[in-house]
Ligand binder design. Structure first.
Ligand code: SF4
Length: 552
């Protein structure tokens, strides 16, 4: 048995909390932080002093050894003991916990007792005497609680070890936690999606919201030529050349940094962002993504394995692609209907019908080329009438005859192109966050530099997010001709125009939308992430059904 097959004693704690959580973390390598896990890590920093690791410290005849590793092939477990204390010829483990000690009328959680008992068993397996007591130290109240290592606790710990070893060898997803209140505090709830799973399995109609409706933190855009991004007292400091202007942003409140064009970021900023799992996206001024710095893909290997398997399965790819194209067409039609709500002509109705009829042809499609053909037809119809949704008095400058790109030739196409680039960037970010490889898709073919999966997932978000932002900001008079840079038949947003667009775009991402299947309200940016999570559950066979995202 090698070390990777041994079960960490902390995982026994996880199993007692919820067997599914143990499976997701241990078997599938999935992990997410939430305030509880961060608080737990912070609590351990008190005792995890690297300089004291393994060293013996003798103070007032009490000997301390910190971060002591033990393993047992016999039991199949491994563990790091926070603190091994020796006092009056007795040696026992002390486990650090976040939060406050329980009231004296209540016993500590069973999962914590099991973890401590497993540490005691490891001591015995490694030649020390089995202690008859051990301690939990609660950082929040700076208080120790004694745990008796009784026969019953040892028996229960052996039962838990055996159950964990069984699950570790299995590929069957355990059931959801019986006590569903646990899901609210569980850091894996956005991966496990218990409410959504039960809704998709038809066990309930409305899913309770147990995952946050919006993503925490802000996105920091830096697109001023020559700007310098550095660290100062743990905050981001941005200085502009030939200017005394200094902008600061708290790193704790930043979720992502977007650097556009020639902006310098120091190595300290990059290191700190890598440590804090804050991606830095590098883009050119036209919104083309050049790269992103993120920590290594530590987790979610099994998800990527499932993704690659699906990529090579023609049937799965075609099924997923049909779902994608069908919901994209439905969203095109819904957006068209929204913009003609007050005044609808026969031509408008004719356009809706054409898209609706094309959508009906998707289901029987047998190959990807035919599907792409129908998608192309729908896009032509959609963009043929796109100008109709721009107010008449705006059309002199914001005219639209056809979709053109690379480079865009007119202001509307410049806005659409920049918006789609931002959406690709967000879809790549969400793919990485969830654990997918953004370059391995099912509909867009594989091509050097093409983030196929992110392009697949963004298809049905183009209309409600980007097209909607472009149309509403033009109609509301947000953009003026001076926001664009036009030369030799090419048109781009200038710095001022980009700033205006990004404000509108970020506001749209935060707008709440009712989810078509789960009926709860959630921000668009969170919905993009949820879509990846559901795709992951489908590819891992946790759910039988995958759906696109529909607006109403
Ligand atoms: S969300 Fe609930 S069922 Fe899922 S792993 Fe967490 S506690 Fe278990």
């Amino acid at each position: 048995m090698n070390n990777s097959e041994l079960i960490p004693v902390s995982a026994l704690n996880t199993y007692v909390y919820c067997s599914r959580r143990f499976y997701l973390e241990h078997n599938r390598g999935m992990f997410e932080d939430n305030p509880h896990t961060i608080e737990g890590r912070t609590a351990h920093r008190v005792v995890d002093d690297r300089s004291k690791e393994g060293k013996e410290i003798n103070k007032n005849d009490v000997i301390h050894r910190r971060s002591v590793y033990f393993s047992s092939e016999n039991f199949g477990i491994i563990g790091k003991l926070d603190l091994l204390e020796e006092k009056e010829n007795e040696i026992y483990p002390v486990e650090y916990k976040k939060g406050k000690a329980p009231n004296k009328n209540y016993a500590p959680w069973l999962n914590d007792q099991i973890q401590l008992c497993a540490q005691a068993l490891l001591m015995q397996e490694n030649g020390l005497k089995l202690p008859d007591k051990a301690y939990l130290y609660y950082v929040g109240s700076k208080k120790r609680v004694e745990i008796q290592i009784t026969e019953n606790l040892i028996l229960e710990t052996h039962r838990v070890i055996a159950a964990c070893r069984l699950i570790a060898k299995s590929d069957v997803l355990p059931p959801l936690a019986e006590n569903r209140n646990k899901c609210f505090g569980c850091s894996l709830n956005a991966i496990c999606l218990p409410e959504e799973e039960e809704t998709l399995k038809g066990k309930k109609i409305n899913a309770k919201v147990i995952i946050p409706m919006s993503l925490d933190g802000d996105i920091l855009y830096v697109d001023h030529i020559g700007a310098y991004v550095s660290l100062s007292d743990g905050n981001i400091k941005i200085t502009k050349p030939e200017s005394d202007d200094i902008v600061t942003a708290s790193l704790e409140k930043v979720r992502e940094i977007i650097i556009c064009g020639p902006v310098q970021a120091t190595t300290q900023v990059i290191h700190e962002c890598l440590k804090k799992n804050i991606p830095i996206h590098y883009m050119n001024f036209h919104g083309k993504q050049l790269g992103v710095s993120t920590p290594f893909f530590n987790y979610h290997g099994i998800l990527r394995e499932a993704q690659w398997k699906a990529h090579f399965d023609d049937k799965i790819c075609l099924d997923l692609a049909k779902i994608t194209v069908s919901s994209k067409m439905a969203n095109m039609k819904t957006l068209m209907m929204r913009y003609t709500r007050d005044e609808r002509t026969e031509d408008d109705v004719d356009f809706f019908d054409k898209i609706k009829n094309l959508n009906k042809k998707i289901d029987p499609v047998k190959d990807m080329d035919s599907l792409r053909g129908y998608e192309g037809m729908a896009a032509r119809i959609y963009f043929e009438c796109f100008e109709r949704y721009i107010k008449l008095d705006k059309r002199a400058f914001f005219y639209f005859k056809e979709r053109n790109r690379r480079p865009p030739k007119d202001p509307v196409n410049a806005l659409l192109s920049f918006g789609y680039s931002m959406l690709v960037k967000d879809c790549i970010g969400a793919a990485i966050r969830v654990g997918f490889d953004p370059f391995c898709g099912y509909y867009h073919s594989m091509k050097y530099g093409r983030p196929s999966l992110s392009l697949d997932v963004m298809e049905f978000f183009r209309q409600p997010i980007v097209d909607s932002v472009v149309l509403s900001s033009i109609n509301n008079g947000i953009f003026k001709d001076k926001d664009f840079h036009q030369y030799q038949g090419v048109c781009y947003l200038n710095e001022k125009g980009r700033k205006k667009f990004l404000i509108q775009y970020e506001m749209r991402k935060k707008d709440l939308v009712t989810h078509p299947k789960f009926h709860y309200r959630m921000s668009y940016e969170r919905t993009i992430e949820l879509q990846y999570r559901l795709l992951g559950k489908f590819l891992l066979n946790d759910i039988d059904e995958y759906q696109g995202f529909y607006i109403r």
